[in-house]
Each structure stands twice: as C-alpha cells, then as structure tokens.
Write a protein that binds this ligand. Sequence first.
Ligand code: 0RA
Length: 645
Amino acid sequence: MCEYGGLLVTDVNVNSYSAEDIQVLEGLEAVRRRPGMYVGGTDVKALHHLVYEVVDNSIDEALAGVCDRIEVIIHPDSSVTVADNGRGIPVDIHPQTGKPALEVVMTMLHAGGKFGGGGYKVSGGLHGVGVSAVNALSEWFEVEVWRNGKIHFQRYERGRPTGPVEVRGEAPSGKTGTKQTFKFDPLIFKEKNLDYRYETLIQRFREMAFVTKGVTLSIKDERSDREMTFYFEGGLTSFVRYLNRNRKTLHKIVYAEKYVDGISIEAAIQYTDAYAESVYAFANTINTIDGGTHLTGLRSAITRTINDYARKNKLLKDADSNFTGEDTREGLTAIVSIKHPEPQFESQTKVKLMNPEVQTVVQQVVSEAFSTFLEENPSAAKAIIQKCLTSARARAAARKARDLVIRKSALESLTLPGKLADCSERDPEKTELYIVEGDSAGGSAKQGRDRHFQAILPLRGKILNTERARLDKILSNKEVKALISALGTGISDSFDISGLRYGKCIIMTDADVDGSHIRTLLLTFFFRYMQPLIEAGHLYIAQPPLYRIAHKKKVYYAYTESQKDELLKSLGNGVSLQRYKGLGEMNPEQLWETTMDPTRRTLLQVSIEDATEADRTFDMLMGAAVPPRRRFITTHAKEVRNLDI
Ligand code: 0RA
C-alpha cells in the first residue's frame, strides 16, 4: 500500500529531504490510496475524469482568452495527449520550494491556481483536483511546455519526477503552449479491459466547445482512426440550434448574455413543437446534470415572463389560472451557462450548483432578455403562449386519462390477458417473460419455449403507429395494457415491485428498423412508468442471431457481423449462409437453441443509462420530421448490441 513510504527510506538520503518533498510524497500517496476522493473511484467513469481534469486546465486558458486551440489524442496504448496553445505552465522557480513552478503544479496537490496572473480560474469546480492528482494516478506522465522561447520537458512515473525539468530546444518565436501526455495506471484502474469511450469523450468535448466561445476543440482516436473537431461561433446559440436540428422550431433563438458581480451569465432559449423539454445547465463548463440555482433561475424567469406577458396582453383571462412551470416547459429547449469564480457544488459526484446568489442574477438577466424578445416579436410571443395553453389543457386531460388507466389497470391486472401464454412455475425468481414482437414470432416462441418457466406475450406491431402521441396515449393501447397486466406490478406511482410475476422480463424484437423502433418504445415505456423494475435489474434484451451457417451437416449461428466473418473464414468452402431478417424466419427449435435456452443464449441486461438514452431517442423517433427519424434508426439499430454487461 505504502509504495512511496517504502521507496522513501531506501531511495534517498532522508536528511536532504525538504519539507516540500515530504509533502509531495504524502500528497501523491494519499491520492493513490484513495482515488475515490479525488476522481470519484477507479471505474470507467473515473478514468474519463482524468481526461476532463487535464482538458479543464486548457479550457481555463481559453476562458482567460489566451488559448483558442485544444487538441486531444487517444493513442493506441490508451495514453492520452492534451495539447493547447495557451501561455504554457510557468517554469520559473517557485520561491517557497525552490523548484520550477511546473514541477510544483504537477506534483503538489491543489497547487494549480496559485500562479495565476490575470483572470481567475473558473473551471474545475467539480474536477478541480488539479493535474497533480491525475499525475499521481498515471503510470507515466510527460509534459512539454513552450514558453520563453524554449521547450521545457519533464517526465513523471506514478507522480514522481524521473528527472529535473529540462530544456529540450528552442520554441519557434511566439509559440507558447502546453502538451501533456499520460497513461492511466493499471495498478489503480484495475478493472479488466478498462478503456476510454470515444462517444463519451466526444459528448463532453462538444458541450465544452458550446460553452467556451471561440475555442477549437479537436479529438482524435488513434485506436479506431476517428476524429472530430468542434468550433462553435455562436456558443450557446449554436448549442440550441444543434439540439433543435431535427425539430420544428416556433421562433428564432432568444439569447441573453451579461456579466454581473463577477459572474458571467449566458442563456439561449427556443421553443419547438415537440413535447419534451431539453434544458441543460452548465457551471464553469461543467454539465450540472442535477441542476441547481442557475437552472432554477432560468426556469422561474421563463415561467414568470410568460405569465406576465400573457396577462398584460390578455392572452390569459382574469378567470384563468397562471401557467405552471410544467406548462411552460413543453417543447422548450434552453441552455444556461454560468461562470463563477467560486462555484459551490453539492458534493464531488452530485453535479448540482448551490451558490444562492446565482439564482437571482440568472433570473434577472433571463427575464430582461426574454421579456424584451416577447415585446419585440409579438408573433413569436403568440406562438409560445399558444403552445403553453395547449400544453396546459393537454396536461389536464392527460392527467384524467392516466388516472383512469392506472385505476383500470389495477383492476385488470387481476385478470391475465388472453394473448399471454403463461408458464406453470409461480416463483418469480425462476420465471421469465418474453415480450415478443409480432404474432408469428410469438407463435414460434410459444412452441419453442420451456413452458415450465417461460411465458410469452406477443405484441402486435400496432403500437408502432402511435407516432406523435404522448406516452400517456400509449398507456391506453390494448397491447401495452396487456403488458401491464401480465407483469402484475401496476405502473407509475402505484408501481409495486412485489407484484412482479417474472424475474426476467425479456424484450425480443427483430434485428431490423421496426424492431429497433419497438424496442426503443418499450424501453421508454419501462423507463417512464416502471423505473424500479430496470433499477432492480429485471429488464433484458434478447439477442437473436443474425446468421445461420450450415457446413457439413453442422449448424453454426453468428450473432455479429464479425462472428460471421470469422466463421466463414474458418469453415472454408461448402457453407450455406442464411441471414435472418426477423424472428419469424426461425422455426421453434432454432429460436430455442439460439435465443431462449438459458444455457446457450446471451441476454443483454438493460441499465438505467440505456433506458435514459432510449427515452431521449424516443422524442426524436416520435417527432414529426421523417427523414431524420429514418436516418437515426438505421444508423443506431445495431448499436443496441453495445448494451452488453
Ligand atoms: C498557471 C499560470 C498560468 C498558466 C497556467 C498555469 C497554465 C496551466 C495549464 C494547464 C494546461 N495548459 C495550461 N496552460 C497554462 C499563467 C502564466 C502566465 O501568466 O503567463
């Protein structure tokens, strides 16, 4: 455990060890002993935090207005380079320690911001553990600094310098910047096959570029030869345009920007004809997914401004009650981004901004800009208020309908649906429900199953046709009602997991566009109305094979394209290849062998993250614009395979 403690005694002359050296070693040791305290753990999420931490420091340079390019490279060995054209980490001697500032920044905990000249450090409220923590958790770390016309270099292993800061040549005139390359330490991040996810990094860098005006952020993944560059002239306006790219918008984007009492506030707002709300809040470039005072300020500004305007212009009558917050959020896309010199977050991991003064200033700034916009754009104002009115009415109607469905389904759950082919076992620990798309596949599944513990519920493709419907409407769909009854749990507030009749609820759909559509819809349904069922790990996705390969009287199944390619290569000639387009093409025995037999099948367990993603996707799938929907389904249909646990 005390790898530094051990080395300390054998390695060096203790007498010449300064107080700072000891502080450094103790600091690094603390980080390595408790990575959770510094980067939130040693899992894949923590691994990404390492990169964010390093990039955050470059983002700080961009926010200070002295850097406009940041480049990230993931190398084939999973080391990562982050390079920027900022001022370069200072290299002059730090008076207290007698060491170059660079070495101090890299090795002393929380030494990051101490050398700042102009401009305050605004990023890192969350990840602000300093690059030294990343260094401590890296097998090796190399940094190059272009500054004062020279290239400075230092290398570290597990946080300890392997030599002094050295000059490695001349920097081209005027060139400044910092380049950091590090490899996470497998002794700390012990999980097998731990690696960076390109999509996860892309998502974060896109957000960072949106909320950091003028910076070009590029990322290159040398493992898969993919790359992406982000630069958004319009900042938050571009962000809203991006989010609404597949939606029909009701007016031009409202933009607010102001600097009040040391806090910079930016917001962008646009309504669409969709039903869902897409509102995001950032604090010091961090996506505060649990919201906080900036989000509250934004929301109350929007609700109040709309109510004030509607009253003043008699769009709400004296007898009407005010719009609720919910009424004003349907179809709303909005971003608020604040930069604060001293952000307070609820905790290290919960991403919620707590500074109370932020709520007031955000509300003021947004109210002012939004009310001016409504005054100056009466037709936009009318469209927005019309949307709120419709939403208020629909909400009242939906509430009634839903209550009715919930009450009815409570009653109906006493009677099992006729289409259900139930199993004989009653112990939910042992039972499985296959939710199967289509009657013909349902037929095969009924014949192929082990009726002792496997139940089959065929669903007709009909629920596909509820496009543009609210999910409330889907609740009154006959097929969905049958599903609710079969599960035995009730839904929403009256959900009760103890009623669950099957330990494994398995969605089995075709591996085509419609199958992917119906799966998204079912995942969304479970996510919105039966979340605890997902959290308890009861929801699964069946994985039928894509190919059947017959060779010399033997049959093989391939579940992925690469499996098929491998099989074809190893079998050589004389094979017959069949591509399954749907479950219906398999006879009952084949379905059992490949997809339902517990000893041979693969099931993908659905996590809340998967379902959240499906929920987001749902809005797009159900949207009015057909071409993007088509494109989305076809490009993502196969990705569901990545749900694997
Ligand atoms: C401390 C002070 C100054 C810049 C930096 C740190 C700095 C840190 C990082 C980390 C990644 N890239 C970076 N670029 C700069 C300001 C020094 C000055 O006033 O010139």
